[in-house]
Design a protein around this ligand. Sequence first.
Ligand SMILES: Cc1ncc(C[n+]2csc(CCOP(=O)(O)OP(=O)(O)O)c2C)c(N)n1
Ligand SMILES: [Mg+2]
Length: 373
Amino acid sequence: MIQPFTSDPLRWVSEDGQPIRELPARFTPELLRELHRQMVRAREFDKKLVTLLRQGRTTFYAQASGMEATQVGLAHSLRVGHDWVWPYYRDHTLGLAMGVSMLDIVSQCLGTNSDLCRGRQMPHHFGVADKRFVSISSSIASQVPPAAGTAMAQKYLGTDEITVCTFGDGATSEGDWHAGLNMAGASGAPCLFVCENNQWAISTHLREQTASETIHIKAKAYGMPGYYVDGNDIVAVMEVMGHVAERVRAGEGPALVECLTYRIGSHSNADADAEKHYRTREEVAEWEARDPITRVERLLEHLGAPIDPQEIRDLVAATHREVDEAVLTAEATGQPGWEIMFEDVYGDKPVHLELQEDFLRAEQGTATTGGRA
Ligand SMILES: Cc1ncc(C[n+]2csc(CCOP(=O)(O)OP(=O)(O)O)c2C)c(N)n1
Ligand SMILES: [Mg+2]
C-alpha cells in the first residue's frame, strides 16, 4: 500500500481535514490531540525564540514554523535514545517532540552555564547525548557522510539500531549528500534519510536548485527506495516513516523520504526582512492555508471530537510560561568564563594548553576570572 517513487505525495488527510484514505486505527482522537499539542507547543516556542532574538539575547535562530507535521511525525517513528539522529539546524521541533527539554535548547541558544556545550557552539546548534541527537552543524549536508558511517557501524556491529539523517532540499545539491547516500546504498547500511523539502534554500527555489523533478527520485541512483509524502499531513508522515523505518530496521537497506512542506517564517534572522525580495506574499498565504496544525484541528472536527478553542489558548499561554521559565533558569546560571576554552577536550590538559592558559590569566591580570554570573 505504501509505494516508493510515486508521482504525487502520499497523503491521508486532505487540506480541509477530510480523511482521503482509511484512517489507521491508532489515530484515535486522543493521539491526534497529543500530536496537535506537540505541534502547537513547537510553534509557540518558535515565536518566543524569535522575540528573544529581537531582544538581542541570542544571535541566531532558524524557525521551523509550518514544518511541524514533518518533524513531530518523524519523532514518533523513532526509538528515542536508541536510534541515532543526525539532524540539521531547523530540527528543534524534532528535538522537542523527542523529549529534549526546552531548558537544554534555550540554554544552548543563550550560551549559559546550563548549556551542555557551554557556549562553544553557534547558537541554536544543540546536541543531546542521551537522546542520541547529534550536535547540529551549520555546514550544509556535512552530517550526511557521518550518518552513513554511523549506519555502517550499526550494520557491522549487528545492532538493532538505525540512523536517521535529516536535511533540507538545498542540501541535496552538496557533494557530501551524494557521497553519503552512495556509501549507505553501496553498503546496505540501516540509514533513513529524510529530506525536509520546504522548497527554498534561503532565496534559492527548488526549481533553480535541481533539474530533477523531485528529490526522492534521486534515491534510485543510489539503489534505495525513495518515498514522497505530504509533509504537512502528520498522519501521512507517521504512516510512511513508520513503514520505512521498519523496513530499514529489518535489514532491507537505506531509504530516502521526501516530505513536501514549507517554512512560513523567514530562513533565519539572517534574512528576516529579505524574504519579500524572493517570494511573494501570495505564495506564503497559499501555504499558510495548508497549515499542518489547522489540518489536525479540522480532522478532529470531522471525527466529531473538536478541540475547545479555550484549550488551545490555555496551551499557548502554558507554552509561553514554559519558555519564560526556561529562559530565567538558564540566565540564572550565568555565562561561562574564558577558562572553559581550555576544558573538555583532553582528559589531561597538555602542557602547551597549560602555558597558554597561564599566559591568558596573566593578561587578564587576575588569577580567578571565573564565570560572569
Ligand atoms: C556548505 C555550506 N554552504 C552554504 C551555506 C549557507 N547556507 C546556510 S542555510 C543554506 C540553505 C539551505 O537550504 P536547505 O538545505 O533547503 O535547508 P532550509 O534552510 O531550507 O531548511 C545555505 C546555502 C552553509 N551553511 N554551508
Ligand atoms: Mg529548504
